[in-house]
Design a protein around this ligand. Sequence first.
Ligand SMILES: NC(=O)c1ccc[n+]([C@@H]2O[C@H](COP(=O)([O-])OP(=O)(O)OC[C@H]3O[C@@H](n4cnc5c(N)ncnc54)[C@H](O)[C@@H]3O)[C@@H](O)[C@H]2O)c1
Length: 212
Amino acid sequence: MKLLMTGGCGFIGSAVVRHLMRRTDHVVINVDKMTYSASEDALEEARGHNRHVLLRSDIADADAMRQTFATHQPDAVMHLAAESHVDRSIDGPAAFVQTNVVGTFTLLEVARHYAATLSPERRAAFRFHHVSTDEVFGSLGPQDAPFTETMPTRTKLNSQNDNGNELRHRQTDRTVKIHTAHNRTHTHLGTHTTPDPAACSPGSAGPYRAVR
Ligand SMILES: NC(=O)c1ccc[n+]([C@@H]2O[C@H](COP(=O)([O-])OP(=O)(O)OC[C@H]3O[C@@H](n4cnc5c(N)ncnc54)[C@H](O)[C@@H]3O)[C@@H](O)[C@H]2O)c1
């Protein structure tokens, strides 16, 4: 299978790339703008691998995305590119809107036009997987029951983008019949992460997000 992955040089994306290179035969087209949170070191073992192609592109650049889909003909998209650090969403929200909202919208639009060009079999098998966040559920008080996956989402500042993106994905799924999926990821810990001071808040997993 050929996967078009966005944000594959970030903390979670690079772990997924390493996993895919070590444990599968899948080809990865890794689209990453290489922002401050990208790490080339995290991709050391994938560099030069014949199943890994790194493209330095912005997901909000529709022409570049159209060309990428047309050239590489992916079977599925794994969308992890994001502005992801809570503290930065408060100090500079514009980059969040540009990448997380405009970029995700652009990627979905290009994907649905691309899917329309596929054979019925390939189109039925095509998937768009969005890595979202558990923060779309909002915050729990000390007396609140745990969240469940069927609960309505209750957005807060740093998850507003993900919440809106999930709605757009669901609409795309229903109206133009691209299969989309989200997973609402909890905080991860591991190697190759970028410190996120906001993750030090009470109840958080700590100053560093996941690493493996
Ligand atoms: N890390 C966690 O613990 C955690 C928890 C919950 C949800 N998530 C979600 O998982 C996803 C990935 O998180 P992460 O921790 O790997 O983030 P990260 O900040 O480490 O990596 C993001 C990657 O996206 C790239 N990128 C940013 N803007 C781009 C653009 N416009 N075009 C192309 N690439 C761009 C960056 O260069 C970087 O490589 C995010 O949506 C995040 O909200 C992460």
